[in-house]
Design a binder for this molecule. Structure first.
Ligand code: NAD
Length: 313
């Protein structure tokens, strides 16, 4: 049985990690969060130790590491806000554990370089949650793209609108220094997926960027992509609103819709299965997506020029 610790246990995504640890037959032995609303732990690991202070958590894990102990931590799962990921990864590795980190791995590509050094120094590994790479429809699409001999690049339109209430901009998720902005916090899944499907990034143009939406154009080896992301409920198309939906997701390739609305629920479990089998997505596999979102964050939007997403008009 493999032992886990978890940082950010009171948050939204932490229960998916607890579920994945349980589903893969392993144990959560210790958890940390500054917030003590962590009753959810009882649903999965009622015997886990819990800390609200980093220093006590550190002391506890260090004690387990130094003494031969059945609770010695093998993996630290990191579910904290984005800007803390690299620090929490360093802690995990120095503590003698491997790290499993939520997306986005870090906010800037140079943070990856520092982590590669710590991996080398400690001999421990970082694995990341890039769950769309494990989605059956995306895997099938990747196979298709690899198989098809194309004479010109695919034309891809990607729109993702996932409404968030007023809390969003008041929380760390709405703070660009902590979350990286909407393209980083919400979009990184898709930018990683596009790289996974269509190869290296060649061009990156931002047409529009605000706290609640962003849009641009990306050109990959095999695709030209117009993208639009929003957390503003006003952007949800009328047809979806009539059905009571607050989310809209559409990806078309040469005009054909790619269907992948289902199949999302177990992807954290699938991620854990692969990581535990030694097939996790490591630091370098994040570089293209992290460079893409960092460039989008720092770009000066060009406005409605060139190949912009139709939702911007
Ligand atoms: P959240 O705000 O709900 O949870 C973050 C938790 O971290 C909070 O409980 C907070 O108290 C805790 N925290 C903050 N600072 C801390 C510190 N210094 N030490 C320990 N704990 C600290 O956010 P969330 O939605 O659960 O997101 C957490 C991470 O998971 C983010 O990186 C986010 O991007 C990622 N995420 C991934 C997915 C996915 O589909 N893979 C979905 C949502 C979120």
């Amino acid at each position: 049985m493999t032992n886990f610790a978890l940082i950010g246990a009171a948050g939204y995504i932490a229960p998916r990690h607890m579920q994945a640890i349980k589903a893969t037959g392993n144990r959560l032995v210790a958890a940390l969060d500054r917030n003590d609303s962590v009753g959810i732990i009882d649903s999965y690991f009622p015997d886990a130790d819990f800390f609200t202070e980093f220093e006590r958590f550190d002391r506890h894990l260090d004690r387990l590491r130094r003494h031969v102990h059945s609770d010695r931590v093998d993996y630290v799962a990191i579910c904290s806000p984005n800007y803390l990921h690299d620090s929490h990864i360093r802690f995990a590795l120095r503590t003698g554990a491997d790290a499993i980190c939520e997306k986005p791995l870090v906010l800037n590509p140079w943070n990856i370089d520092g982590l590669l050094e710590i991996e080398k120094d400690t001999g421990r590994k970082v694995a990341t949650i890039l769950q769309l790479r494990l989605h059956p429809s995306i895997i099938a699409l990747r196979e298709r793209v690899r198989r098809e001999a194309i004479t010109q690049k695919y034309d891809v339109d990607l729109a993702y609108i996932t409404s968030r209430g007023h809390w969003y901009l008041q929380s760390w998720k709405g703070d660009v220094k902590k979350a990286g902005g909407i393209a980083t916090n919400i979009g990184v899944h898709f930018f990683d997926m596009l790289h996974f499907l269509f190869g290296d990034l060649q061009e990156n143009v931002v047409h529009y960027s605000s706290d609640t939406k962003a849009a641009g154009y990306l050109e990959y080896q095999k695709a030209r992509v117009r993208w639009f992301l929003s957390v503003d409920a006003e952007d949800v198309p009328a047809a979806q609103i009539e059905k009571g939906q607050r989310t809209y997701r559409s990806i078309t390739i040469n005009g054909d819709e790619i269907e992948f609305s289902g199949g999302f629920t177990d992807l954290h479990i699938r991620s854990y299965e692969e990581i535990l089998a030694g097939n996790g997505f490591g630091l370098e596999e994040n570089r293209t997506a992290i460079s893409t979102v960092a460039a989008i964050r720092n770009a000066a939007p060009v406005g409605l020029m060139g190949d912009y997403h139709p939702f911007l008009a």
